[in-house]
Design a protein around this ligand. Structure first.
Ligand code: C2E
Ligand code: MG
Ligand code: MG
Ligand code: MG
Length: 284
């Protein structure tokens, strides 16, 4: 009898948790629909730096959502919602446009820099995505090789042949492709070898002793540029540099920051005579 009522309570507790989660997702979905029009979204830029001198050479655009009542909602929470409810294509188009706009301004000011944007598998497979990229490049007069599209390794698990075709079409426009979160998914070396990508972004979970060296060498063997992600401490930085990795990204070399802050960083890097104070970089 106790066991029975206990079991029942457990079920109820589970139901409540489930209910809370479901409500949150429903609310996010509902609020996300108007987020662009209400101007609640913006991009932050996290520097990708040359090692070991830590000079910024590129930036990853990361989407931020600030809701008046819900506060800051992280992309790890709302991107899956957007993917689920089919809104990712609209969000992605907005991100692409914003990032190209910003990039064209930096280039016009003479900065030697590139920008990467994250692309969800669902965007990649949408008909017309390649044209969308071409249009964005043309509209903002961005040389294609200045734009990097990041495709997560998790996208490799589904239809590899189709993915290869898509990436080839994209690459024909002249943009560069980065395989994001490499090492966190389950793609095989055979698959990696066949993927038409230019850059390998090593997932932070692989930035541990020996692993990082092996993956850096593998990437270079395959003729790829390699970026070590999630370098948060000096210890990791040392490891990455010793592994022969030329590019890095992480909190240690720069948090994701608003465009103006990244720009200040670019300016202080190109003109050492003029010291531009970089605003305190806080966690968003
Ligand atoms: P990602 O593409 O792998 O981006 C890197 C994530 O690692 C970012 O989280 C960044 O803030 C975080 N990070 C940077 N340095 C460090 C570090 O030193 N240590 C640790 N532990 N983490 C670090 P964020 O901004 O929360 O984004 C999470 C994910 O959301 C991204 O992972 C990406 O998959 C997705 N995302 C973000 N913006 C977009 C977007 O515009 N479109 C799409 N489709 N996905 C996006
Ligand atoms: Mg990324
Ligand atoms: Mg990543
Ligand atoms: Mg990630």
């Amino acid at each position: 009898r106790w066991a029975k009522s206990h079991g029942k309570n457990r079920v109820e507790l589970y139901d409540i948790e489930y209910d809370v989660k479901l409500r949150r997702l429903t609310e996010l979905e509902h609020e996300l629909r108007g987020a662009i029009d209400r101007d609640e979204l913006h991009l932050q830029y996290q520097p990708v730096v040359m090692l070991p001198d830590v000079r910024p050479v590129g930036a990853e655009a990361l989407l931020r959502w600030q809701h008046p009542r819900l506060g800051k909602v992280g992309p790890d929470e709302f991107i899956p919602v957007a993917e689920e409810c089919g809104m990712i294509n609209r969000l992605g188009a907005w991100v692409l446009h914003q990032a190209c706009h910003q990039l064209s301004r930096w280039l016009a000011e003479g900065h030697d820099v590139w920008v990467s944007v994250n692309v969800s598998p669902r965007e990649l497979h949408a008909p017309g995505y390649v044209d969308q990229v071409k249009d964005a490049l043309r509209a903002h007069r961005v040389p294609p090789q200045r734009l990097v599209l990041e495709v997560t390794e998790h996208a490799v698990s589904s239809d590899v042949e189709e993915l290869i075709r898509r990436l080839r079409d994209l690459r024909e426009t002249g943009v560069r492709i980065a395989l994001d979160d490499f090492g966190a998914g389950y793609s095989s070396l055979g698959q990696l070898r066949r993927l038409p990508v230019d850059i390998l972004k090593i997932d932070h979970s692989l930035v541990v002793k020996e692993m990082v060296r092996v993956v850096v060498e593998l990437g270079h063997q395959f003729g790829l540029e390699v970026i070590a992600e999630g370098i948060g401490e000096q210890r990791q930085m040392t490891m990455v540099v010793e592994a022969g990795c030329k590019l890095g990204q992480g909190y240690l070399s720069g948090w994701p920051v608003p465009a103006e802050h990244f720009e200040a960083r670019l300016e202080s890097a190109t003109s050492p005579a003029r010291v531009v104070p970089v605003p305190e970089q806080k966690r968003d």
